[in-house]
Design a protein around this ligand. Structure first.
Ligand code: NAD
Length: 428
């Protein structure tokens, strides 16, 4: 039977498995298996040439027992209602595992953002807010950037919301530009959070991080700062990064045995995470077509692109040297591939723990917006390190005491907190 890579069925399958382990009541499962609310939109937007384009968009609010819904807005041509549902559900677990008082939400617009001009993007962002503003707000639902969206787009959305409500409301959205209500350290936060949890994993496994190498899939926001952090915080070497070339419609792996220079590669990478191949070759990088990142001899794999990338097929290609998979992306590993990782005793730092640095710093951004007082970058990163370290320890302790896989342990910590939150509010 073909492997099911539908993200929402995967998210439900992972949840069902842990609900069994926890012996959750049937009605509680019914509440948590599905989003509490969903909005499906058609957004008419005028293009620069005078024509009209209608965009399909979603906002899903999975569960807000612990606080306002929180989650990014993904602008991607392959976006579907099910992907957004899965991502919203994972946000609920992510906020709970990071122990921040927020619920789970996610949004998406079906389009390739590179096909729009800046003005068209601005009109689309403002149209999205005009349709949804009634169900958004610092105490209701707080979007943020994700794949295909960026700080400037968040700035436009915050402005539209503030205009409609007649009140400057920076806390309605996070990931805003610094100086426009954004937080220092947000740009680095997800990638660095991956590294903080990886550092803790290496301590538990008695691995000397300075002797390690990593292979990374994806060289966008998460991949870039994970690469930087792997070198600056852990003293390790990154041997390759891969990316999706939008012109060639193909994946490439950029490889250097002696270790890549993330700063150099960032300078030749466009805003969508595509690397200039010619410039990389001139600097002695080798370029391989395809998904070879996963086959590389490395101690750590960091998937930081999209979901379903480590699956029943690709998992077979993981090199025997790999000891840890640190999931920067959301849902990069299918349940079938998880089985193989477990059998091979590869330690997994699961996605909603590993990449919780982004939402944690988004939470810090909201706190700073509420106070109207802003922290320095080192204050933000210090607080982030503290939160990520605590979150990792909570999950690792659960894995040890219950003798379960790290992903199951993360789900157990998160589900317990959400169920407790629902009980305290009298929902159950
Ligand atoms: P991004 O758009 O900045 O970068 C994505 C990168 O992945 C790009 O380099 C792109 O070329 C590459 N890519 C896409 N498809 C690929 C493929 N098939 N093979 C190889 N490379 C491919 O996105 P991002 O913000 O870095 O997010 C990456 C992942 O991390 C997503 O799963 C996202 O949901 C998750 N995430 C992001 C954040 C955040 O703060 N940005 C927080 C938590 C989780």
């Amino acid at each position: 039977m073909a492997e099911n890579t539908n993200a929402f069925s995967m998210a439900q399958q992972q949840f069902d498995h842990v609900a069994d382990l926890l012996g959750l009541d049937h009605q509680v499962r019914e509440l948590l298996r599905w989003p509490l609310r969903e909005y499906h939109l058609r957004l008419p937007v005028h293009m620069d040439d005078g024509g009209l384009r209608v965009f399909q968009a979603f906002r899903v609010q999975h569960n807000d027992a612990l606080g306002p819904n929180k989650g990014g807005l993904r602008f991607h041509a392959a976006e579907t209602a099910d992907t957004v549902r899965a991502l919203a559900m994972w946000m609920t677990w992510k906020c709970a595992v990071a122990d921040i008082p927020l619920g789970g939400g996610k949004g998406g617009v079906v389009l390739d953002p590179a096909t729009l001009s800046a003005n068209e993007k601005e009109r689309l962002c403002r149209a999205f807010i005009r349709e949804l503003w009634r169900v958004l707000g610092p105490r209701q639902d707080v979007p943020a950037p994700d794949v295909g969206s960026n700080a400037q787009m968040m700035g436009w959305m915050m402005d539209e919301y503030s205009r409609i409500t007649g009140q400057y409301t920076p806390g309605v959205i996070t990931g805003k530009p610094v100086g426009g209500g954004g937080s220092l350290g947000r740009k680095e936060a997800t990638g660095y959070g991956v590294i903080y949890t990886l550092r803790e994993a290496m301590k538990c496994l008695n691995i000397d991080s300075t002797q390690t190498t990593a292979a990374i899939q994806g060289f966008g926001n998460v991949g870039q700062y994970a690469a930087k952090g792997f070198i600056s915080e852990l003293g390790g070497k990154v041997v390759c990064v891969s990316y999706w070339d939008r012109e060639d419609r193909a994946a490439y792996t950029v490889y250097k045995q002696d270790g890549i220079d993330p700063e150099f590669l960032m300078n030749i990478t466009d805003q969508y995470g595509s690397i200039d191949k010619d410039k990389a070759v001139q600097a002695d990088y080798s370029i391989e077509e395809g998904d070879d990142w996963i086959t590389k001899e490395a101690d750590v794999l960091i998937p930081a692109a999209l979901e379903g990338q480590i699956n029943a097929e690709t998992v077979k290609n993981i090199h025997e040297r790999v000891k840890i998979v640190a999931e920067g992306a959301n849902g990069p590993t299918t349940p079938e591939a998880d089985q193989v990782l477990m059998e091979r005793d590869i330690f997994v730092v699961p996605d909603f723990l590993c990449n919780a640095g982004g939402v944690t710093t988004s939470y810090f951004e909201g706190v700073q917006n509420d106070m109207n007082f802003y922290w320095t970058k080192s204050e933000v990163l210090e607080k982030l390190d503290d939160k990520m370290t605590q979150a990792f320890k909570g999950v690792y302790d659960m894995a040890q005491t219950q003798d379960v896989f790290m992903r199951d342990a993360a789900y157990m910590v998160a589900i317990n907190r959400v169920v407790k939150g629902m009980e305290l509010r009298g929902w159950l």
